[in-house]
Design a protein around this ligand. Sequence first.
Ligand code: BEZ
Ligand code: FE
Length: 290
Amino acid sequence: MRPLPTTPESLLPLVLAAFAETPDARLRQLLASLTTHLHSFVLEHQVSQAEFERAVAFLVGIGQATGETKNEVILAADLLGVSTLVALLNNPGAGGHDSDAALLGPFWRANAPVLEAGASIACDSTAGVALEVSGTVADAEGRPLAGAEVDVWQASPVGLYENQDPQQPEMNLRGRFRTDAEGRYRFRTVFPAGYPVPTDGPCGELLRAQRRHPFRPAHLHFMVSKPGCKVLITQVFPENTEYLDSDPVFGVTTALVGRFEAASGPLPARLRRDFTLAPGETVFPHPPIP
Ligand code: BEZ
Ligand code: FE
C-alpha cells in the first residue's frame, strides 16, 4: 500500500507520485509544477477553508459569466497580467525589434469582412473623428510580404465593440485587408475611445476589491498573418491617450505606443504602423466569442 499523509506537508509527494504515470511528458511536468506551487502557496499563506471556498466561487463565477458576448475567463487572465506575459514570452520580436505582441483580448471575432484597400471599417452611421491607418508588412529580413492579411478590430468612439452595442451593425469596426505587392495595407476608420473592461461579473468585483479602475486606454487591435509566418497579435495606442500607464490588463508596452498625426484641414488624422512577421507556424487563436 502507498504511504498515507500524516501532515499538510506530507501530502505533496503523494500527490506528485499519483501524477507520475501521466503519459504526456509536458502535461506531467506542468501539472506537477503547478501543484507544487499551489501546495506551497496554501502552506505559505495558511489558506483558510473560507478563502478556499471564495476562490472556488470565483472560478465557478468566471465560467458561468462566459458566453456569447464576453469571455470572463480570459478577462481574469488579462487582469492578472498572465495574457500579456504569455504573449511577450512566446513572441520575442522579429528583425531585431522589441516584441510587438499584445494580448488578444476577449473581443476578436473570426471572419470579419474582407475589404478593399482604403475602405472604411466604420459604417456610415458611426460618428467620430476620421482616422487613416496605413503601413507595411515585412518579414524578419525587412522584405515586403505581399498577400499578408491584416485583420483589425476596435471599439467605437463611445468605447463599445459592435457585439456589445445594439446600435452598431454586425461586424462594424472590424475588417480584413490584404497587403499589395509592396506589402502595403491601408484603411479608414474613426478614432476608438478607451473603455472599461466588463465589470458586471466576478472580474469587476476583483477590480473593486483591489481599488483598480477598469479603463483601458484607446487602442486598435491587429492580427497580421501570412502562411509560413507566426501570427502577430498586436495593439496600438495613441501616445497621448489616457490610462497608458494604468491599463488594467497590462497590455501597453513601449513598442505599442504609436505616433498618430493629428488631422490638418481636410486631411484626417493618420497612423502609420509597420509590422514584422517572424518565420514559423501559422496558428490562429480560437475566437474567444463567436
Ligand atoms: C480588449 O482590448 O479588447 C480587451 C482586452 C482585455 C480585456 C478586455 C478587453
Ligand atoms: Fe480592445
